[in-house]
Ligand binder design. Structure first.
Ligand code: NAP
Length: 254
């Protein structure tokens, strides 16, 4: 089960953190991967590590997900190198704490552009390729901060709005792309130890509070999200379409 041998995947924002964890997990399951991000040198390092650990092909690619031409170049590169594109993981994302009254229009636009428009652009270009083969998987990275989960998050109005948009996008694409053989789902990570959360988790009090709220008593790891991506990418998840799979150690249940 969960064998991705012969499959090819693009993972955005994958030079480190959750994206790299997903790329590694997909490769461990047998997929070849294109690791894209806005820093090519880090992509190369991530690819080297993935190839050494898995023996699968890993291709570094510079791509800003808000730039349509670069997104088209990324998908074309995957098809050239792998012969087809099966899996897209829309992982690239940014966040920044800001009081609502202090938030500028530019800050709002930037987060919405990367986190939401980026997913739209990548999904549209990638799904056109997948539709040709009648098989595909789009996995959007949402968040426990995507709204309507019973808890709100202060100081990230742009981020929560973007991630709420991701869940709506996921449902709509599941309807439109399902008949074409493409399954579209989201993963909603809890607090995962990455660069994005490093300030928060290096504050002892905040770390203690997060752990106290997490029933399994640990912070999440990129590999936890990688495992969920492998499941959603697999043939076994054929009947799973339009969901948000929360992977949070029980945080939302707390
Ligand atoms: P991360 O370590 O900061 O990784 C995100 C990567 O995306 C970074 O390398 C970042 O580069 C890159 N990126 C930024 N703008 C981009 C663009 N326009 N095009 C392509 N790549 C871009 O963060 P992470 O924690 O792994 O987050 C990955 C995803 O998980 C994000 O969508 C995030 O919202 C989501 N998530 C994270 C957590 C968590 O607890 N960590 C929880 C819920 C959801 P720069 O750093 O140079 O901007």
């Amino acid at each position: 089960m969960f064998d991705l041998t012969g499959k090819s995947a693009i993972i955005t924002g994958a030079r480190r953190g959750i994206g790299k964890g997903i790329a590694l997990a997909l490769a461990q399951a047998g997929a070849d991967v294109l690791v894209s991000d806005i820093d090519l040198e880090d992509c190369k390092k991530a690819c080297q590590e993935i190839e050494e650990k898995t023996g699968q092909q890993a291709i570094p690619f510079l791509c800003d997900v808000t730039n349509k031409e670069e997104v088209e170049g990324m998908v074309a590169m995957a098809v050239d190198e792998f012969g087809r594109l099966d899996i897209l993981v829309n992982n690239a994302g940014i966040s920044q704490f800001k009081d609502f009254f202090e938030m500028t229009e530019e800050e709002w636009d930037k987060v919405i552009e990367v986190n939401l428009k980026g997913q739209f652009l990548c999904a549209q270009v990638a799904a056109r390729e997948m539709a040709k083969n009648g098989w595909g998987r789009v996995i959007n990275v949402a968040s426990i901060a995507s709204g309507q989960v019973g808890v709100g998050f202060p100081q990230v109005a742009h981020y929560t709005a973007s991630k709420g948009g991701v869940t709506g996008l996921t449902e709509t694409l599941a309807l439109e792309l399902g008949p074409k053989g493409i399954r579209v789902n989201a993963i909603g990570p809890g607090i995962i130890e990455t660069e994005m959360t490093s300030d928060m988790l290096s504050d002892e009090e905040q770390r203690r509070n997060i752990l106290a709220r997490t029933p399994i008593g640990r912070i999440g790891r990129p590999s936890d999200i990688g495992a969920a991506a492998v499941y959603l990418a697999s043939d076994e998840a054929d009947f799973v379409n339009g969901i948000v799979l929360f992977v949070d150690g029980g945080w939302l249940a707390g």
